[in-house]
Design a binder for this molecule. Structure first.
Ligand SMILES: NC(=O)C1=CN([C@@H]2O[C@H](COP(=O)(O)OP(=O)(O)OC[C@H]3O[C@@H](n4cnc5c(N)ncnc54)[C@H](O)[C@@H]3O)[C@@H](O)[C@H]2O)C=CC1
Ligand SMILES: O=C([O-])CC(=O)C(=O)O
Length: 330
């Protein structure tokens, strides 16, 4: 039995993500939670003739508690999205508190669930979640994930213009670091199967992966950021977590984790100087079973990308930790 929960289920990401989870044969029970519109979204999805039993809640009448009780996987796309001209860090002011409060609920009602954080800025919201879980004495670093799958999906898609392969998803490209601009580091040198990128095309390709989010924000022109591609990516990652939990072997996916708490991660934390970082992680029944270290294989070009990445991450991580340890005055 697998119970999945979406917190922020009525939003631009939440609705299509909930649709994909409702349609998935891997999900037996789906609970939706949002501060608005969950009765409508739930009623609509409940007419789909798939296995998952669906329930929806608003904050009143202990809605968060009912949504989370018994959860195996909780996905969090709650929070405001960017408008043109904003950075992901500009979302911190509002989204930090939203994530903190939702994770307090998880700590209380479903402390053993796998937690998948989508809400931006992911570089900071994951450390916020970890601090809240630590305060409640329920932090298991193997169960907390920042979802960076959209960066991987973009890398696979954008490189197709160069490789010309028919199915872009058949090329595996690790993307490491964080989830904003220069903190996103795609490793095309480690693509499988191997690909040859002409030198003159590499800068533009890397830049497009790093700033793919901005491309969508600009195109939506004030109506938000990536939602449909994010729902696809969030579902793809959730599916892998569920399959690994059910015992499927060999599942490896880049995700933003607390390195010192994941086997293999300590060494990567030492090398990068940051505790939160996305690397290809081996998934299993207990969650993040091993953080694979891609650093030894970086070429000179990729090593250079790592400098602004870790510098940016340091500030983002510190800001998240501080938000919980020394809360700003209300
Ligand atoms: N990790 C990633 O790769 C990506 C992350 N994002 C982020 O995902 C977040 C959501 O984006 P959208 O769905 O486009 O935004 P949206 O505004 O369409 O939806 C957000 C939903 O969260 C709900 N919400 C707000 N406060 C809440 C609370 N306290 N509890 C429960 N629900 C609450 C809202 O009512 C709304 O339905 C944003 O922060 C965005 O930046 C977006 C794309 C990619
Ligand atoms: O760009 C944004 O604000 C949303 C996001 O994280 C992405 O699309 O990668």
């Amino acid at each position: 039995m697998v119970k999945a929960v979406v917190l922020g289920a009525s939003g631009g990401i939440g609705q299509p993500l909930s649709l994909l989870l409702k349609a998935s044969p891997l999900v037996d029970e789906l609970s939706l939670y949002d501060v608005v519109n969950t009765p409508g979204v739930t009623a609509d999805l409940s007419h789909i003739s798939s296995v998952a039993k669906i329930t929806g809640y608003l904050p009143e009448d202990d809605g968060l508690k009912h949504a989370l009780t018994g959860a195996d996987v909780v996905v969090i796309p709650a929070g405001i999205p960017r408008k043109p001209g904003m950075t992901r860090d500009d979302l911190f002011k509002i989204n930090a508190g939203i994530v903190r409060d939702l994770v307090k609920g998880i700590a209380e009602f479903s402390p053993k669930a796998f937690i998948l954080v989508i809400s931006n800025p992911v570089n900071s919201t994951v450390p916020i979640a970890a601090e809240v879980l630590k305060n409640a004495n329920v932090f298991d670093p193997k169960r907390l994930f920042g979802v960076t799958t959209l960066d991987v999906v973009r890398a696979e898609t954008f490189v197709q213009a160069i490789t010309g392969t028919k199915d872009p998803a058949k090329t595996t490209i690790p993307v490491i670091g964080g989830h904003s601009g220069e903190t996103i580091v795609p490793l095309f040198s480690q693509a499988k199967p191997a690909i040859e990128i002409p030198e003159e095309k590499l800068d533009a390709l890397v830049n497009r992966v790093q700033f793919g989010g901005d491309e969508v924000v600009k195109a939506k022109n004030g109506a938000g950021s990536a939602t449909l591609s994010m729902a696809y990516a969030g579902f793809r990652f959730a599916e892998k977590i569920i399959k690994a939990a059910k015992g499927e072997k060999g599942i490896v996916e880049p995700t933003y984790v607390y390195l010192p708490g994941v086997p293999g991660g300590e060494e990567i934390a030492k090398e990068t100087g940051v505790d939160y970082f996305s690397v290809p992680v081996q998934l299993g029944p207990s969650g993040a079973e091993h953080a694979n270290n891609p650093l030894g294989l970086l070429n000179a070009y990729e090593k250079k990308l790592l400098e602004p990445c870790t510098a940016g991450l340091k500030g983002n991580i510190e800001k998240g930790i501080e938000f919980v340890r020394n809360p700003p005055p209300k």
